[in-house]
Design a protein around this ligand. Structure first.
Ligand code: PBG
Length: 327
């Protein structure tokens, strides 16, 4: 047998493998989600997510400093308020937990980190839904849009470079774009959670934000079985002014991520969500896999599937690993 093609030749040394590697991860492409809890005096660990905390004002600032030091691209800030109501009013409070946290991050980081603010009501509503409810308890789309439009202004005024529209209301990107432009803030970017699925993998996050949700989000988040629907959501968001489109979760939806990244000419992002992280951490903790290798492999898979931007709770650690040249 005469073998002309021998793929193994390209794998014969570390430097050769590094030379021909098709994907690599830059720390600047990573965004770290951060939780800050109003009124907290000591940081509180989030179950299932080693290294992830509900932060106090001080420990939050320290986390921002670590993000700056290691050179990741950005932070995505989630605020957990002391008081909630059916309308999520605290989301519009310029002195509230989220606005204050955005201001603090911006004061520390300037333009050295992209400060992304979550634009959604679920942390702020007493019923835990991403929008307001009608008399029958259904999430009311257009009434919610009015609040999102105000929230966008508040977040921009607080210093957010980018808002993450994560509520899955129809028309949210268009309304937020218009609202920002109307106050002269055409500079603020929109990270559109375009294809966000009604996923079981958000479990630990809901603990992290002390979600009040009973039931589910199936009337607004996407059905896990669909991909055409994702393409539609993405088309709508791009047409309404999305600067970046996101697919979320990441690992269970790499096919969707790939299809989206091939179809659009804006950058694509993906979010390795809390449950996806918890799954790997749990397996590593029981000795079933090598933790650091698994993390880098998973990040690589998301990159390879087409994500320019990756939201991950491992952002700081991964950036440090990349610097140590573990990849
Ligand atoms: C909703 C929101 C969710 C996440 C981020 N923003 C999900 C939800 O509760 O439906 C989940 C992120 C994660 O699980 O890491 N605003």
């Amino acid at each position: 047998m005469e073998l002309i093609e021998r793929p193994r030749r390209l794998r014969s040394s570390a430097i050769l493998r590094a030379m021909v590697r098709e994907t690599s991860i830059a720390p600047a492409s990573l965004i770290l989600p951060v939780f800050i809890r109003e009124g907290l005096t000591t940081p509180k660990p989030v179950a299932g997510m080693p290294g992830v905390f509900q932060h106090t004002k001080d420990s939050y600032k320290a986390e921002i400093d670590r993000a700056l030091d290691v050179g990741i691209g950005g932070v995505m800030v989630f605020g957990i308020p002391e008081k909630r109501d059916p309308f999520g009013s605290e989301a519009l409070n310029l002195e509230g937990v989220l606005s204050t946290a955005i201001r603090d991050a911006r004061a520390r980081a300037g333009d050295e980190l992209v400060i992304v603010a979550d634009l959604c009501l679920d942390e702020f509503t007493s019923h835990g839904h991403c929008g307001v409810l009608d008399q029958n308890g259904n999430v009311e789309n257009d009434a919610t849009l009015k609040i999102y439009s105000e929230m966008a202004k508040v977040l921009a005024q607080s210093g957010a470079h980018m808002v993450g529209t994560s509520g899955m209301m129809d028309g949210q990107v268009g309304v937020v774009r218009q609202s920002l432009d109307s106050i002269g803030r055409s500079d603020v970017l929109i990270l559109a959670y375009a294809a966000k699925f009604a996923s079981a993998f958000y479990g630990p996050f809901r603990d992290a934000v002390e979600s009040q949700l009973q039931g589910n989000r199936n009337t607004y988040q996407q059905d896990p079985g669909n991909i055409k629907e994702s393409m539609r959501e993405v088309r709508l968001d791009v047409s309404q002014g999305a600067d970046i489109v996101m697919v979320k979760p990441a690992l269970a939806y790499l096919d969707v991520l790939y299809a989206v990244s091939q179809a659009v000419d804006v950058p694509t992002a993906s979010y390795i969500v809390s449950g996806e992280m918890a799954m790997i951490e749990a397996a590593a903790a029981q000795g079933s896999l090598e933790r650091e290798r698994a993390i880098l492999e998973v990040l690589g898979s998301v990159k390879r599937a087409g994500a320019s931007v990756i939201c991950t709770y491992w952002a700081i650690e991964a950036a440090a690993m990349l610097k140590r040249n573990l990849a």
